[in-house]
Design a protein around this ligand. Structure first.
Ligand code: HEC
Ligand code: HEC
Length: 332
């Protein structure tokens, strides 16, 4: 990530002269893609999207008729729930925070610990999990079949009105792939509008790629390497280490996207950092907890107050002003 070009660009932001070509080289690393990728075995269609959108918002996918995917992945809270850790069926407190579902079409492994490898398979997890929606599939399928209005939605999406778990997963995944954060001030800036972000945010971008060493993990336009790292969060959760039973991976979690991140406090897999300044303090200290698994890329940074503020201003420039997601009319 840190190459000669980026170093040149940093000096340009800090006031030294540098050619426009070098500046553009680093900005290219963060350019948005033109289209959303869909897998071969689950291509996009408007009918599949509509079915997935409806299922995502339908609380009848839970035993209590009370919890939908959107109860936890709330579009009004940047597709999280605003809580330190999620609350599911029967007010069950889950051990981890609800991550956003923004921009997952480009994601590789799903969940904080990467235990699911597609959006299709992931969708069936929370429906059945006792502590989340608590809905066994052999109860859900006849329940949805009995809702007459779902027949035409399944037929339009898949050719006939049969309700299967595979189709539910495919439809929800199709909907989720279209949940993409919009154009943010940062995007306008890298496209050439110099006034789109503040000078403080520009300094923050330079720090992010330089002294603060953030871009080594938060890379690309989604600001994630899709990798797993221990950043020294105050938590006993073994994360990916437990899934793969590899000690070196203990306490590692998936790098979250930083798009629209200022709308998603509190932060980290257990919500233990309340604000963006708090999480920057975590990095500045080289992690809250020093343990052998903490990444070598996380180390004391020696940031001063202004530099911390600049980083926060930069992070805020990644937030898009998206139109409110409309809520589907649920079929009867
Ligand atoms: C009770 C709250 C709750 C409900 C309901 C819920 N989720 Fe989640 N979701 C979570 C939590 C918590 C995680 C992270 C769990 C983990 O990593 O162990 C998560 C993870 C995810 C992820 C992975 C995101 C990533 O970055 O890897 C996706 C996708 C997702 N949920 C989609 C859904 C869908 C689709 C539904 C409905 C079928 C749903 N969720 C219902 C709380 C919820
Ligand atoms: C070694 C890789 C790595 C480096 C370096 C790194 N991060 Fe992270 N970042 C992560 C991972 C992994 C998480 C999630 C950790 C967890 O929950 O246990 C995370 C979480 C975050 C979060 C919380 C997001 C959320 O939704 O919870 C923010 C904000 C953040 N990082 C910003 C930064 C900034 C700013 C820097 C530079 C000062 C930085 N990161 C450096 C990997 C990294």
């Amino acid at each position: 990530m840190i190459n000669i070009l980026s170093i040149l660009m940093l000096s340009s932001l800090l006031g030294t002269s540098v050619s426009l070509a070098n500046m553009d080289a680093l900005k290219k690393d963060f350019q948005r893609p033109d289209s959303i990728p869909f897998p071969d075995d689950n291509q996009y269609s408007a009918a599949k999207y509509k079915l997935g959108w409806t299922l995502f918002f339908d609380p009848r996918l839970s035993t209590s008729d009370f919890i939908s995917c959107a109860s936890c992945h709330n579009p009004g809270l940047a597709w999280g729930d605003g809580m330190a850790t999620a609350t599911g069926h029967g007010m069950n407190k889950l051990g981890r925070r609800t991550p956003t579902i923004l921009n997952l079409a480009w994601g590789e492994l799903m969940m904080w610990d990467g235990r699911e490898d597609s959006l299709e398979s992931q969708a069936l997890g929370p429906i059945q999990a006792a502590g989340e929606m608590n809905m066994p599939l052999d109860t859900l399928l006849p329940k949805l079949k009995a809702i007459a209005g779902y027949g035409p939605l399944f037929k339009a999406a898949f050719g006939d009105s049969e309700v299967t778990a595979d189709r539910i997963g495919k439809a929800i995944a199709t909907y989720e792939r279209k949940v993409v954060s919009g154009q943010a001030p940062f995007d306008n800036w890298i496209k050439g509008d110099d006034d789109a972000i503040s000078d403080s945010a520009k300094r923050g971008f330079a720090l992010f790629n330089g002294k603060a060493n953030c871009a080594v993990c938060h890379s690309g336009w989604r600001f994630t390497d899709d990798g797993f790292h221990d950043i020294g969060v105050n938590s006993d959760d073994l994360g990916r280490g437990k899934i793969l039973e590899i000690e070196e991976l203990n306490h590692t979690f998936k790098t979250p996207t930083l798009r629209n991140v200022d709308q998603r406090a509190p932060y980290t897999h257990n919500g233990s950092e309340k604000t963006l300044i708090d999480i920057i303090d975590l990095y500045n200290e080289g992690g809250r907890i020093k343990r052998p698994t903490v990444s070598e890329e996380v180390r004391e940074l020696g940031l001063n107050r202004q530099e911390k503020v600049d980083l926060v201003e930069f992070l805020k420039s990644l937030t898009s002003d998206d139109p409110a997601m409309s809520i589907p009319t649920l079929p009867h």
